[in-house]
Design a protein around this ligand. Structure first.
Ligand code: AMP
Length: 309
């Protein structure tokens, strides 16, 4: 089915209600994005299309989460290509609102605060970033919530229990801190939505796909491969129940002069607190997350790998 582009919350509600009725759907999935879509986003959209009767993808470059106006201005915008990619994955509705539609009164006075979990790692180098990101995710989760417009017409009766349709939202493991924070927000503030995490999609050589990769030269892209290689080293050690030996993974990254590491550590996947030193020195057991951030040329890259042993 051809994708439909909507730009206002009112249209989105009406169209989602219409589609749920037409398909006798019992579930709706939301895929929030900032556009400039690649195979990573496609994977989110495909997963949402497999699991839901109606799928909405939002495309919105959120000014609230950019500390730097230049970064915001140069964020790539590729709407036509984005719509084609989403349609191919089976997305029904693309919601691409203007800044005024999302923030009609200008910058919101009341916001979601990410708290301590938002101050570490990415938050340390991008103050306010996660407050801005969570605020827009909260708004997008509300915009994309099925059912809000259904009772008015009274046409739609949902699945077995006759209640509202199931509601799921899809986030990439690639942005592990964002994912942990969205999970916390949804749990702490009782949002009626299931958060689904989608594994990181990589290039054939291992580089985690990102809209910002297009700003890397060939030489920088090759240098950036050291990030995923260092993470793979830790993953292999965890799988083999060996000590993680973070130092040798750090040395591998340090051997690449074009890569300037910001942080590299092994943390608890939920709290993002560093795991005790002894987890790195004794055979690894349990659950962890290896996280890395580095500047390669003009681009700040992040990557991570879940560790399970
Ligand atoms: P963005 O448009 O960069 O804000 O990303 C939108 C969503 O796509 C977020 O949930 C990201 O975590 C997810 N995403 C971005 N890159 C990837 C990737 N390489 N693999 C999986 N998910 C991704």
């Amino acid at each position: 089915m051809p994708i439909k582009l909507v730009t206002t919350a009112t249209e989105l509600r009406a169209e989602s209600a219409r589609l749920l009725t037409q398909k006798q759907g019992v579930s709706q999935g939301l895929v929030p994005t900032m556009g400039a879509l690649h195979e990573g986003h496609a994977q989110l959209a495909r997963t949402a299309a497999e699991q839901n009767d109606v799928v909405v993808a939002s495309i919105f470059v959120n000014p609230l989460q950019f500390g730097d106006a230049v970064d915001l201005d140069r964020y790539p915008r590729t709407l036509d290509a984005d719509l084609a990619l989403l349609e191919e994955q089976g997305v029904d509705l693309a919601f691409a609102p203007s800044v005024e539609e999302v923030y009609p009164g200008g910058e919101p006075m009341v916001r979601v605060t990410a708290g301590r979990l938002g101050e570490k790692w990415e938050g340390a180098s991008r103050p306010g970033h996660f407050d801005g990101a969570l605020t827009v995710v909260a708004k997008l989760l509300h915009f994309g919530m099925p059912g809000a417009g259904l009772q008015a017409g009274g046409a739609f009766v949902s699945g077995s229990a006759g209640g509202l349709p199931a509601y799921r939202a899809y986030f990439g493991q690639k942005d592990a801190q964002q994912l942990a924070l969205v999970r916390r927000m949804v749990a702490d503030l009782n949002f009626p939505v299931e958060i689904v995490a989608v594994p990181t999609v990589r290039s054939s050589e291992g580089l985690a796909l990102s809209s910002r990769n297009r700003f890397l030269t060939q030489e920088q892209s090759e240098a950036a491969l050291v990030l995923s290689r260092a993470l793979s080293l830790l993953e292999e050690r965890a799988n083999a129940h060996e000590p993680l030996d973070l130092e040798s993974a750090e040395e591998l990254v340090a051997s690449q002069p074009l890569v300037e590491v910001d942080y590299f550590d092994v943390v608890d996947p939920r709290t993002l607190e560093p795991l005790a030193e002894n987890c790195k020195e004794t055979p690894f057991r349990g659950e962890g997350l290896a996280i890395i951030a580095a500047k390669v040329g003009p681009v700040r890259l992040i990557d991570n790998v879940p560790l399970n042993s």
